[in-house]
Each structure stands twice: as C-alpha cells, then as structure tokens.
Design a protein around this ligand. Structure first.
Ligand SMILES: [Mg+2]
Length: 269
C-alpha cells in the first residue's frame, strides 16, 4: 500500500479539506486552548495483534482523556502513524475507522513505515478562559474523589474519556488528573504539584477486579479530583479520601504510606 492510497482514502472519509501543508484553526474568543500528545507503541501500550480498530480508537481516546482531565472539549486532532509495510490498506482503513470513532476532526498528521506500529496523537482542546483544571491546586481540607470504580482496565478494551464529567468540574474542582498510570502514581503527581498529601480511606473497586489493581493498575481513565467540602461533586463521584498537610512521600492509604507502583515507563519493573 502507498502513502498516497491511504491519504486519498482518508481525504474522502474525513471530508474536511485535509491536504494543505498545515491545518488552519481560528480560535474562538474567550477560550484557552489545551494541547496534549500521546504515543501508542506496539508492545508497550498495546499487545501485538490487537484489532486495528481498537488500536486506533484507544490511541485517540487516551489523548482525549487528557483534555477531559483539564475540563476541556476536544476541537481537533492530528495523528502520525508508522506501521510495517506488510500491514496493508485493510489494516490502515480499520485503524483509521477506529481513530475517527471519537468524532474529533482529524486535520492532519503523518504516515511512515516502521518495524512496528507507532502512533502519536495530538489533540487540541478548549476551555473557557482561566477555567482549565490543573493538578497543582489541591488544598488542605479538600475532599478527594474519583469519577468511577477503578481497576477496570483488565476486562475492557474501550476507553471512554470522561468529557462531560470533566466539564461539570469547572469552577468547583481545585485539581484534576486522569487516572492513566494508576491511582497511586497519578495521585502522587497531584500531591507533588500541589505541595500537599492525600489520605485515602477506601477506593471503589470495579466488579471482578482487585484492590491491588484499583490502587496501582493503569489505563482506568477515570478522573481523580479534589473539591472543597462545600461543593457537591457530580453524580457518580466516589469520595476516596481527603487532602492533608504534606507528609512523607505524599499518599497514605488507611494510615500507611502508599508506594507509587503505577506505570512509569522509566521506573523499575
Ligand atoms: Mg493524563
């Protein structure tokens, strides 16, 4: 399959004038733009042999989840794909159909061949000026919540970015992050950025999962956020603990320090 063939098919499928050297985007008044990118590498982020549609869908959904964590809405994405020549047109079509499922306009990207599948997705999102949810705003006394049960990654292939939920947190949550690398690690990131610690009492465990997976397993894509107790969190929130003054490494679980054993690409495995 040639790059040209894939591009011609994409242009027809996407139908948004893709094909100039750059995409042009005119920002709306009163908005802050959010940018994120995410790599998906065969053998690192997904198992070789995962269905192409699932590879494409997950690659885009993971990046959109970061927009959700900032309280934003996605505006457009760019996608770069390297794949072995042997995969062919059928693979590419199924991959892009999966990637387009998110209904975020694909406005550009790059194609190349490589020894294994390597995807890089850039998503641009937007949030009303000054309203982006960050990870450095957690305050002592805030309550700590997650948007759903944790530890589910093991029994599902789909990622559903919590976009609607993230928007509900604007103006109320003091910090927010998506649980992509495991609660223990992502919560530690919030605590470090905010200069506080967190005391976790209990976590909601997804059906069929384990406490271990709920605490340390990655790929959950629920939102982890802090909110002053005077606000009512959105429906479906679970309160898992509270924010306290900085002690130790940052995260306590039922009175004991919780080591960050979530997924760190450069950590010891
Ligand atoms: Mg994230």
């Amino acid at each position: 399959v040639s790059e040209r063939e894939i591009l011609d098919w994409l242009r027809k499928t996407v139908g948004n004038g893709i094909g100039d050297d750059c995409a042009v985007y005119i920002p709306r008044k009163g908005e802050d733009l959010l940018f994120t990118n995410d790599q998906s590498i065969e053998g690192v982020h997904f198992a070789p042999g995962l269905a192409p549609g699932a590879v494409g869908e997950r690659a885009v959904a993971r990046a959109i989840s970061d927009i959700a964590a900032m309280g934003g809405e996605p505006r457009f994405c760019l996608l770069s794909l390297a794949m072995p020549k042997a995969k062919g047109m059928a693979w590419a079509k199924r991959f892009f159909r999966g990637a387009l499922k998110a209904r975020v306009p694909l406005v550009g990207g790059d194609l190349a061949h490589g020894d294994k599948i390597h995807i890089d997705v850039v998503v641009c999102g937007a949030v009303p000026h000054g309203r982006a949810l960050r990870r450095d705003g957690a305050k002592i006394g805030d309550l700590l919540y997650v948007s759903g049960a944790l530890g589910k990654a093991w029994d599902r292939k789909r990622i559903e970015p919590r976009l609607a939920f993230g928007k509900l947190l604007r103006g109320r949550a003091t910090s927010c992050i998506d649980v992509s690398d495991g609660l223990s690690l992502d919560l530690r990131r919030v605590c470090e950025a905010s200069g506080v610690s967190a005391e976790v009492d209990h976590v909601p465990i997804a059906r069929g999962s384990t406490l271990e997976r709920a605490l340390h397993g990655g790929e959950d894509y629920e939102l982890l956020f802090t909110m002053p107790s005077r606000f009512k969190p959105p429906q479906g929130s679970f309160r898992i603990g509270r924010i306290v003054p900085r002690i130790g490494s940052g995260v306590m679980y039922q009175g004991l320090e919780l080591p960050a054993r979530g997924y760190d690409h450069f950590g010891q495995s």
